[in-house]
Design a protein around this ligand. Structure first.
Ligand code: SF4
Length: 384
């Protein structure tokens, strides 16, 4: 890649800015005693790996309390490997994109195999190459680069959302095509400091979070201003070019809160192979355009659980947005009439007392239903 300035000038400016302005307090980037690691010193790959997966699609300030709780409950790789998926999902509850928790759980077994007789407490027993990390489910090139540079202080480039934005502005690349993406990877590889790769990658992320922000970047405080083509020639806000916002389709979903005569509620566990696999939910399904939502609930519960219910009062309806779609949920209280419930489209069914619901991992959309249900049961003066 042709560059007018040397990568070293950019590295020096960025690292100098980082010394004064970087986020030096991120817990997984510190040693066990809370001190900052020396150049070349390794950190625990376990904590860094968990943090990097949590950070996919999620902001740092949201991740930190989840990560701290995780390290209390699963302080080491063996403790995670021995845990069942349900306990892992319980800790992930509220963080979203639950397939990440599933993949961490699967990966923990592969990593234990990799370590063999070696202890997980010795960083040098762990994989320290990008390709080894990319072999694990859910680890892409940027996450792998971030793990390798953070844990081992090795020059592994990264290209997460923040870094893509900075680099595309520095070069005034529109980032519309695969070719542009390839150029950004080349640029990231060219720029990375061989002397201080951990700090360099962290500096890029900190700059993206605090200076080169998506809207109104603070170019006047930016250590890279003198190298930035978008700043010099164009309006930085135009880089990267924004993709057309796709309108997310809305699908209506009917949900049945099915009670038996003992006041217990029916919940089902999603198939391991599905999205949010292993999470629990209330049964229901997609509305067909010609039917009423009450008919949807009756039909879905017959098809997926083999039971007949009487659909009663509506509890609530709400919209919930996912990455590529929006769902509109309508939830009704139902009475179980006949048929022994069978997990025809799930891996497990349970009748549970409503006050035990918090013991199961539920996706965010279902937690809204639970809080509304609790209010309803209090109003109805039923014992929780
Ligand atoms: S000068 Fe502005 S647009 Fe360029 S890298 Fe710095 S903050 Fe981003």
């Amino acid at each position: 890649m042709d560059m007018i300035v040397s990568p070293q000038s950019i590295q020096n400016s960025l690292l100098e800015w980082f010394r004064e302005n970087g986020r030096h307090w991120i817990p997984w980037k510190l040693k066990k005693d809370g001190s900052i690691p020396q150049s070349g010193e390794s950190l625990s790959p376990y904590g860094i790996w968990i943090a990097e997966v949590m950070l996919q699609q999620t902001q740092l300030k949201v991740v930190i309390p989840y990560w701290e709780k995780w390290m209390e409950v699963f302080p080491s790789l063996p403790s995670l490997t021995e845990a069942d998926l349900e306990s892992v999902l319980m800790l992930w509850q509220g963080l979203g994109y639950y397939s990440r928790a599933n993949r961490i759980h699967q990966s923990s077994k592969k990593l234990i195999e990799f370590l063999g007789e070696n202890t997980d407490q010795d960083p040098y027993s762990w994989p320290n190459r990008i390709d080894q990390w990319m072999f694990l489910p859910g680890i892409g090139r940027s996450t792998a680069g971030s793990i390798v540079s953070s844990a081992f202080d090795l020059p592994a480039p990264i290209l997460d959302g923040n870094v893509k934005r900075i680099l595309s502005r520095l070069l005034a690349i529109e980032r519309k095509s695969i070719k542009d993406e390839k150029k950004l990877w080349e640029f990231s590889s060219l720029l990375i400091s061989k002397i201080s790769p951990r700090n360099f990658n962290q500096a890029l992320m900190d700059l993206g979070a605090n200076i080169c922000t998506p809207q109104k970047p603070s170019c006047s405080s930016c250590p890279l201003q003198k190298f930035c083509v978008a700043y010099a020639d164009y309006d930085p806000n135009n880089f990267p070019k924004k993709e057309m916002t796709r309108i997310k389709p809305i699908q209506e979903i009917g949900i049945g809160l099915v009670f038996n005569k003992n006041g217990e509620l029916l919940i089902d566990q999603r198939l391991e192979s599905s999205s949010m696999g292993g999470m629990w939910e209330f049964p229901g399904g997609k509305k067909i355009s010609s039917e009423s939502i009450e008919n949807t609930i009756e039909r879905e519960l017959k098809e997926e659980l083999g039971i007949v219910v009487k659909v009663g009062q509506k509890l609530l309806s709400f919209e919930h947005a996912y990455t590529h779609k929006k769902l509109y949920f309508t939830v009704h209280i139902c009475e179980w009439i006949s048929g022994e419930p069978k997990p025809l489209a799930s891996q497990k069914l349970l009748w549970v007392s409503p006050d035990k619901l918090f013991e199961f991992p539920f996706p965010a959309a279902n937690t809204k239903i639970i809080s509304e249900l609790y209010k309803h049961l209090c109003i109805e003066n039923k014992k929780l």
